[in-house]
Design a protein around this ligand. Structure first.
Ligand code: NDP
Length: 266
């Protein structure tokens, strides 16, 4: 019977989740890979298995509680334990609030980014409490620390993930369960294919600060090795977080002048 730790990754079919699966596969973790696109999960699992690792692909839509129930059940049936949960599935539909569809954009983002994270945690947690150990890493974002125009719902979901993460850590530490939040800036992934962004201002993450999915996967590994309350990356973005906290009126003014007026054409 193998004793290597078991990690459940949601959103493992592309981007950060996929890169994280490869990194943890190389570290000898047994992996449960979840997302909606099963063929991509199967291909990734096959690649990990070909390198001598163990990976279980499971199709699941985290916007649906019953599908998460099936997912967690399948992982526990197969591996018998979950040591590390990486709540990573998510997407952003970035537009003015008045353009966002109430259900397809607003409800959908909250369901996947927030409820998906909460529901998956809710289902895995009793198992971790019973074992008196475990680690939950929640994917927030720089948008969970700094809110900007066209990110209303995405920021709401990621601020909420931060609140959930902070409260949960204080709830479960007595059971030996660790809870970490990760806050990356811009990452080059398929994320940008789902945002619907057509910007005129050209204000995006400068290329020097843009992360790769592998960078974030390595940061997740560092959290797994040394659980921490929060990890902001890349490190220079901490300056923006401090600026936003210390001088919010200045940040309001800069964003309105450099972004909102240009984009709205006013
Ligand atoms: P990708 O679009 O490459 O990956 C998103 C993953 O989430 C895919 O595997 C997708 O799989 C999965 N997913 C989306 N909706 C669902 C759903 N309903 N049920 C299950 N899985 C779902 O983007 P990233 O890798 O960049 O995003 C991963 C996380 O990182 C997200 O939470 C995102 O908000 C966060 N993030 C991204 C940043 C960036 O700049 N890219 C910056 C900071 C945070 P499938 O479609 O197969 O279901």
């Amino acid at each position: 019977m193998s004793s290597s730790p078991v990690m459940l990754i949601t959103g493992a079919s592309s981007g950060i989740g996929e890169a994280t699966a490869r990194v943890f596969g190389r570290q000898g973790y047994r992996l449960a890979l979840a997302a909606r696109r099963l063929p991509r999960l199967e291909a990734l699992a096959g690649e990990i298995q070909a390198q001598g690792g163990q990976a279980l692909p499971v199709a699941a839509d985290v916007a649906n509680f019953q599908e998460i129930e099936r997912l967690v059940g399948a992982v526990l049936d197969h591996f018998g334990q979950i040591d590390l949960l990486f709540n990573n599935a998510g997407f952003g539909r970035l537009d003015w609030l008045d353009n966002l569809h109430p259900l397809d954009d607003i409800e959908a983002q909250l369901r996947v980014n927030l409820l998906g994270t909460i529901w998956t945690t809710r289902l895995v947690l009793p198992h971790m409490i019973a074992r008196r150990k475990g680690h939950i890493i929640n994917m927030s974002s720089m948008a969970g620390l700094i809110a900007t125009p066209t990110y209303t719902i995405y920021a709401a979901s990621k601020f909420a993930v931060r609140g959930f993460t902070e409260a949960l850590r204080r709830e479960v530490s007595i059971y030996g369960i660790r809870v970490s939040g990760i806050y990356p800036g811009g990452v080059s992934t398929e994320f940008s294919q789902h945002t619907g962004v057509h910007q005129k201002s050209g204000l995006t993450t400068p290329s020097a600060l843009r992360l790769s999915a592998e960078d974030v996967a390595q940061a997740v590994l560092s959290l797994a090795r040394r659980p921490r309350r929060s990890l902001i990356l890349p490190a220079p973005m901490k300056v923006a977080v401090w600026l936003n906290a210390l001088f919010p009126a200045l940040v309001d003014w800069m964003i309105e002048r450099r972004f909102t007026r240009v984009e709205r054409g006013l």
